[in-house]
Design a protein around this ligand. Structure first.
Ligand code: GLN
Length: 185
């Protein structure tokens, strides 16, 4: 709908996937997986609601569509959103509470090496841009932390990241996602 999708397309195609933009509910048909990119979560949910995509997208992800959500995408999935617009609706599919732009002004963008469970043990370059701060986690698996705060979580076939792997030049997370999506065929 909005945001940093062009870089995800490049990373997904480099990882061997074919991609398409999802801008209407019809575009959801026949997908093996979906990426919810970074951008502005308030704009994304507003646009999704306008085109009637919130409910069908929620249903598809709930039924097990492999999903990679980054930054604003993580906010869109979250159960609780603080510092959002008063009526910011989320998909309520991930049992986490996030604070928008929760890293504050001074460090609103930064890079940090992350140790991510399930990767090969080498650190992943975490690119954080006005990232959400995960303040509470419930029924999710935390697969990476930074300064004690969860920055990557997993639940079923959903992987949600507070950072931007598509801007890191490191394809490992996209490759892992493409393998998962291909395995669902
Ligand atoms: N601050 C944005 C939001 O609240 C997220 C920033 C990003 O996706 N890089 O939606």
């Amino acid at each position: 709908m909005q945001g940093a999708f062009a870089e995800h397309i490049k990373a997904l195609e480099a990882a061997g996937a074919r991609t398409r933009l999802v801008r209407s509910r019809e575009d959801l048909d026949g997908l093996d997986g979906i990426v919810l990119p970074g951008g502005e979560s308030t704009t994304m949910t507003m646009l999704m609601e306008r085109v009637g995509m919130l409910a069908p997208l929620r249903q598809a992800i709930e039924r097990g569509l492999p999903t990679l959500a980054t930054c604003a995408g993580m906010i869109v999935l979250a159960r609780e959103i603080t510092d959002g617009m008063a009526d910011q609706k989320g998909l309520d599919l991930l049992d986490i509470a996030v604070r928008r732009n929760g890293y504050g002004r001074q460090v609103d963008s930064f890079e940090a090496p992350l140790q991510i469970d399930g990767l090969d043990g080498k650190t992943f370059p975490g690119v954080f841009i006005r990232a959400p701060l995960v303040e509470r986690t419930g029924d999710v698996e935390v697969i990476a932390r930074h300064d004690g705060h969860p920055v990557a979580v997993r639940h079923g076939r959903i992987t949600a990241l507070g950072f931007h792997p598509e801007l890191s030049g490191d394809l490992r997370l996209h490759r892992e996602f493409v393998r998962l999506a291909a395995g669902q065929r």
